[in-house]
Design a protein around this ligand. Structure first.
Ligand code: MLT
Ligand code: ZN
Length: 445
């Protein structure tokens, strides 16, 4: 790529072999071969890249660690991938301000560990938390089990530094929760999947580190009994920090083919609940909880050691990879329905007869419905099945994605099913903030 030859402070990759790994993320989507991959190390590199993109008419595709689930970072035609893995910057915790600043390249596990070293907590915990980069979690507004109590990434972002279409870096927000001088433009960038500009760093809100956990295995003999529990718990004043579930099919598969810890999992269906409030291991707290859960549970178990707790989480964390290994062509969805409509959702799903299995974040209604035979399903039929699933979700007041985003994987469905006013507003924003259309072209809208 001749025009990239003089790019300052950046590695430029153009060998086909080097470009190949960038064609995919962790979704089923495969991208087009990019013109190049660039690893910028300074603002000057980004400035020149933006100038060249406009002058030469190519798009820029942001990339963190490539662990996304919706194809948001895979290249579309005539694009250069901007790989932020070499982006410089320090990770700094400020206990006085209860915040942490870090570059987009910071591994999320290091962000979480830096907070913990100071007795503080950064809650977002997507399944890829040990391998993803902070920048990707900001661009996609990543979630995870802890979202049940703590919300998703955007709820923890105080300020962002971002590359905009003028080629410069701009900061939106300050290191305080209170910043009300005008609309929160930084929030527009979080979860934008790079549509309006690329986030290169952020200041994140922290909270004191929870040190007490009650982790419960809750097996049921009638799986529908799980479905009212998130709403009933919240209605009774209990807010779990995580409330995960395996439907009967996922649980049976884990038990038959999963790791040692999974073979002993009880029940027809199973939930994993965790509480992290101070006093959550007290008799009074657990007694009240048992009164609520007891009638539906079959042999409720509370983790009695950190080792047992970690074992339970290890099984939950490997479920996605486990299913992927057993069903390499599966398509995993990420829909959300309000907690109060879970029973209706699963009744509707059964009527759709999609041969799906489900697991995920029951506590906040974020369900990973997996179509295991997607790879063998005729494409037009698969598309119809997915549209049926999305329509059911929307009819219950839900949404197409809780944490993975739209990217390329769900773009068509998003465009077809969203309120036309929402799409018009998004397009108007895109036109205003990126008139040359250089930022992540072809994604979301
Ligand atoms: C999970 O919660 O396991 C992931 O978000 C789902 C996935 O990896 O597909
Ligand atoms: Zn998930």
């Amino acid at each position: 790529m001749d025009f990239l030859r003089n790019l300052p402070d950046a590695a430029v990759l153009t060998d086909r072999e080097a470009l190949e790994p960038y064609l995919r993320d962790e979704s089923h989507v495969r991208g087009s071969l990019p013109l190049a991959v660039v690893r910028p190390r300074s603002a000057a590199a980004l400035k020149e890249l933006v100038r060249l993109a406009k002058a030469e008419g190519f798009g820029l595709v942001p990339r963190g660690a490539g662990t996304g689930k919706a194809g948001g970072c895979v290249p579309t035609a005539r694009t250069v991938v901007v790989d932020f893995s070499a982006w410089p910057g320090d990770l700094r915790v400020s206990p006085q301000d209860l915040c942490l600043s870090a570059p987009a390249s910071a591994p999320l596990r290091e962000v979480k560990a830096a907070a913990e070293a100071q007795g503080l907590f950064y809650p977002p915990d997507p399944n890829s938390w040990e391998s993803c980069a902070l920048g990707g979690t900001l661009a996609t507004n990543a979630g995870g089990p802890n979202a049940c109590k703590y919300g998703v990434t955007r709820h923890w972002v105080l300020s962002v530094e971002a590359l905009l279409e003028d080629g410069d870096l701009h900061t939106f927000g300050i290191s305080s929760l209170k910043a009300n001088a005008g609309p929160a433009l930084g929030q527009l960038l979080v979860g934008s999947e790079g549509l309006f500009g690329f986030i290169v760093g952020a200041t994140l809100r922290l909270t004191p580190l929870p040190r007490e956990f009650a982790t419960l295995l809750l097996p049921v003999t009638r799986w529908e009994d799980l479905l009212d529990l998130p709403g009933r718990l919240c209605g009774a004043g209990y807010l779990p920090s995580a409330f995960e579930f395996f439907d009967p099919a996922v649980l049976a598969e884990l038990r038959a083919h999963g790791p040692e810890e999974a073979r002993r999992l009880p029940g027809e269906a199973l939930a994993v609940l965790e509480f992290d409030d101070r006093g959550c291991t007290s008799e009074a707290f657990l007694g009240g909880l048992m009164d609520l859960l007891g009638p539906v549970a079959e042999g409720l178990e509370i983790a009695s050691s950190e080792r047992q707790r970690q074992g339970i989480w290890a099984v939950r964390r490997m479920t996605s990879a486990f299913l992927k290994e057993r069903h390499p062509k599966k398509v995993s969805e990420d829909i959300v329905v309000p907690r109060s409509r879970l029973r209706e959702f699963f009744a509707g799903l059964e009527r759709l007869d999609l041969s799906s299995v489900s697991y995920g974040h029951l506590g906040d209604g974020n369900l990973h419905v997996n179509l295991l035979a997607a790879g063998e399903t005729e494409p037009a039929l698969l598309e119809r099945q997915l549209m049926d699933l999305f329509r059911l979700t929307l009819s219950l007041g839900g949404t197409l994605s809780g944490e993975h985003g739209i990217g390329l994987a769900k773009r068509d469905a998003f465009l077809a099913l969203s309120d036309p006013g929402q799409i018009r507003a998004l397009r108007a924003l895109k036109q205003a903030l990126d008139p040359s259309g250089i930022f992540n072209p072809g994604k979301v809208i």
